[in-house]
Design a protein around this ligand. Sequence first.
Ligand code: SAH
Length: 370
Amino acid sequence: MPVQHQDTQQSRSMNQLEELIRMRIEQNGPMSISEFMALALGHPKYGYYMSRDPFGRGGDFTTAPEISQMFGEMIGAWLADSWERIGAPDKFILLECGPGRGTLMADILRATRGVSGFHAALDLHLLEMSPVLREKQKEALTGYEPVWHDTLETVPDDAPLFVIGNEFLDALPVQHLISRQGQWMERKVGFDGDHFVFVATDAAPDLTRQVPQGLARPRDGEIYECSPISQSVMQQLCERIVQQKGVMLFIDYGYVEPACGDTLQAVKDHAYLDLLKDIGEADITAHVDFSALAEIAREHRLNGFITTQGDFLRRLGIDMRAQTLLQKASPVQQKDIMGALNRLTEKDRMGELFKVWAATSESIALAGGA
Ligand code: SAH
């Protein structure tokens, strides 16, 4: 029968993860975008991060620590400075969320080797779901003994907690609300018999409550994005930081005022891709709603700042560091150093879109804010 024939054709061109998602949708109805994103990135067998190293020129995208060692050196300086400002505790937990290839942590550890007492005090922990990337991290951190975690619950709570994460929050699943005739509906992923499609379904009250009160009346079709999962991660981190003392620093592309808009994007081979195609083969991210996360930190009476990556790196002295590196560099290396410096700090590159958010339980000023 023609219909069955079409079905088989579609099945054959689908990868295994797409088959699995199609089956779930057929069984349970449309799938929330957060479940879709969690499967696309983290399905134990077919998830994007679970089976590959996606970074660098030969990969799908590049991140700040992969662009230049200067990035990790500045974060290292910030961590050592924060540790001193907090009273140089003789033991602290250093936790990196989503360490990728381990490059950032390797640069941090190299840059802080000369800080008296810092290495002796630090206990290294990594939150990472991907077995492939855990292997890479192990290689990058040879000589150190990191402990890996699947969730925050197992991270020790017997010393001050220092948390960092670069492009970690943008990988956490989001949900979408879509405005239809003055009402918020949940935007989900459905299957029309041939393709995956977005559909609008009734939204649970818990989800519609996510829309901030003061937000302007949405146009029909407007999307509001939220990430209850990021909020719950932040809730846990804030509780820990209050209880254990400590600081956190997250760097990501995102926005600082509540806003409508669909920022979900899929990237493969350094190019944008249809979100609903090649599922599990492209990186999927969403811009981070720092306003929602900062609100959670405020509720926990943490204090800190949010600034742009460009300003943060300059305040920590990246220009001076570049000058020092330039002195010993060949002409080719000099070009690379200047290229990296511009890419990390210039307004029209990563300097403004990327934000740095820092918070602490202590009544201290943290370096790098205004
Ligand atoms: N910080 C690195 C990598 C960023 S990519 C860099 O800047 O280069 C996102 C990282 O977060 C990857 O290591 C990915 O495997 C990890 N990750 C994504 N979602 C996660 C989750 N829910 N739990 C743990 N790790 C996660």
